[in-house]
Design a protein around this ligand. Sequence first.
Ligand SMILES: NC(=O)c1ccc[n+]([C@@H]2O[C@H](COP(=O)([O-])OP(=O)(O)OC[C@H]3O[C@@H](n4cnc5c(N)ncnc54)[C@H](O)[C@@H]3O)[C@@H](O)[C@H]2O)c1
Length: 436
Amino acid sequence: MTKARRSGSVRAALGKLGVLLPGLGAVATTTMAGVFLARRGLARPTGSLTQLGTARLGGRACALRDLVPLASLEDIEFGAWDIFPDDAFAAAKHAAVLSTEHLELVREELGSVRPMEAAFYPQYVPRLLGPHIKFAPSKADMVEQLRADIRAFRRERGCLRMVAVWCGSTESYLEPTAVHDSVEAFERGLLRSSPEISASQLYGWACIKEGIPFANGAPNLTVDFPAAWELARTHGVPLAGKDFKTGQTLMKTILAPGFKARYLGVEGWYSTNILGNRDGEVLDDPESFKSKEVSKKGVLDHILQPELYPDLYKDLCHVVRINYYPPRGDNKEGWDNIDIFGWLGYKMQIKIDFLCRDSILAAPIVLDLALFMDLAARAGMHGIQEWLSFYFKSPMTAPGLYPEHDLFIQLMKLKNTLRYLRGEELITHLGTEYYD
Ligand SMILES: NC(=O)c1ccc[n+]([C@@H]2O[C@H](COP(=O)([O-])OP(=O)(O)OC[C@H]3O[C@@H](n4cnc5c(N)ncnc54)[C@H](O)[C@@H]3O)[C@@H](O)[C@H]2O)c1
């Protein structure tokens, strides 16, 4: 076993935790409703590591929340921004993820979450237009308005700590440019309302400046560029992203490590999705889809390492499609055809038809990220939180490092980080202690 270096020095989770979700759509409202239901004992938070997870500690299973001090669900205060003025109850009805029966049970709590006006520029999400938006002479002023919202929320709700998780729409594909190179360049870009700075970047910037940990659930650039990393470092703020790992990519990062572990070749992986929610409508736009495609396609290359195993994976044909199909609503169908080969090159096929519910898979991720990002802040961790890669399709890493996609390595990393924070020995799975 490896000795941990750090001895448990995490501040206690005292008082209220404000959880700010820019984008009050299907994922955000499903998260909120689930937390409200769970804290009244009316439903189980299935899929959430912080609520159900355990770690091995001295030969017994210990609940993760007993291993490290996590905020309790009772202490969460939700806030949101959206371009539509609907409160969380109306937005949840519109998203049609949860049944009316479930929503009615927490109608009051959901109804009390009213979104703040959004920072929004239609060129980054061409399929959306809404009336509940802020006006500002420059993007620098827009950041200041978001900061004022954050401070007012903190004051009015009496929050001692805050975190933010981007649950807004996927924006058009943007590459980092000179404006993203340094804090100074970005601040200058804000003053001249640079078109390379999208709305989600403004939220990220405002949160970092307010000392609020920020996790990004969409594939957007948002906080994944040198200026944001630098600002996070100087403000001591944890960052994480990008793009919640749900549905098809979750299945890929479960299956691909298995193929590689058995040295089975993969010739082709064709993935197609049909979905009919607002997210699907946004992704119907080619530029928004490009952000998603980049995020979805990186996964297999990193797991299978074709440069190391050219005979098995060099010519892998990986195709990803998303089709907007309104009748399906939030109940996505992810269909995969995998062409593999084994002993002597004999070919086989695997077909997966995952009739999944997107937001049901994403909601526990939002909750876990909120609680773990708050933990990271209390533990004095800042910058990119790579140990939270477990939750992302396209994990943020330090420059020059490659992202880890294998779900099982990611989980070990996450749990070992918790052990490290607590000052416990790290698990190596060597198991020699049982035979000594
Ligand atoms: N559901 C999943 O499984 C899943 C998985 C990975 C990533 N995501 C990402 O999570 C995000 C949310 O997904 P969803 O299904 O809830 O989508 P959604 O369309 O239901 O909700 C997004 C909300 O964001 C709002 N919005 C857009 N731009 C905004 C802005 N600038 N400020 C404030 N609000 C803004 C929209 O009005 C909408 O209400 C999307 O980016 C999606 O790609 C979802």
